[in-house]
Design a protein around this ligand. Structure first.
Ligand code: C5P
Length: 216
């Protein structure tokens, strides 16, 4: 009845501008991926990490693919025993064990997927290519989706194995693939401080938040 963590850490992270892949950039004194690896290891029976192909030289490190979803698929293929898969982006170092466990609990209750998400506080508008606003969305129904995302492993396997390469390349998260395959997915409320590191500024903010947390 294994809960397997899948850590997506195979991106090049060109927007960060470091000379190492993003997941290996130093953040508050450790490689970025170490923060979320430690949390996943505390909440899962095993963790498989998708890494750039030249960094596979350790147990449970598999070569990632060209897109994030292909990396997740490669890691999940290495965990045939998984009953629940918890997918997490190494780019979100502020994940907590409690949040992982809340997502896993929702899958245990029978959902195909459960995704960490924060309520949206900005007003969200849609605009065309000419920047003319076409629609203002109802903020009360909007969630900014993060990782972790927990899934019944078979539902995720089906979604990843049946999608073609174009669909995988376009997917910005795994839940959208499970939804498209007809799976039931719910949100699990998370704090907005579970930020994703994309830019140098994000890295500095994440460092400040991690150090503040350590000081508590
Ligand atoms: O590029 P982006 O910030 O959306 O990546 C989100 C996460 O997916 C990162 O942790 C990154 O390492 C991972 N990723 C991956 N394989 C890829 C691209 C991204 O594991 N081919």
């Amino acid at each position: 009845m294994a809960v397997v963590g899948i850590l997506a850490a195979a991106g090049r992270g060109e927007r960060l501008g470091t000379d190492v892949p993003k997941a290996f950039a130093l953040c508050a004194g450790r490689p970025l991926l170490e923060w979320s690896l430690e949390v996943l290891e505390s909440a899962c029976d095993r963790v498989v990490v998708a890494v750039p192909p030249d960094r596979t030289g350790a147990p449970d490190r598999v070569a990632g693919g060209d897109s994030r979803s292909e990396s997740v698929r490669a890691a999940l293929r290495a965990a045939p025993e998984a009953r629940i898969a918890v997918v997490h982006d190494a780019a979100r170092p502020l994940v907590t064990r409690e949040l992982v466990e809340a997502c896993v609990a929702a899958v245990d209750e029978g959902w195909d997927g459960a995704v960490a998400a924060a309520r949206v506080s900005d007003t969200i508008k849609e605009a065309g290519a000419d920047e003319r606003v076409t629609r203002t969305l109802d903020r009360g129904m909007l969630w900014a989706v993060q990782t972790p995302q927990a899934f019944g492993a078979d539902a995720l396997r089906k979604a990843l194995e049946e999608a073609d390469d174009t669909t995988l390349a376009a997917a910005t998260d795994d839940a959208s693939l499970v939804e498209a395959a007809g799976g039931s997915v719910r949100v699990v409320e998370a704090l907005p401080d579970n930020i994703k590191v994309t830019s140098e500024l994000d890295l500095r903010v994440a460092e400040a938040l991690l150090r503040a947390r350590a000081a508590c």
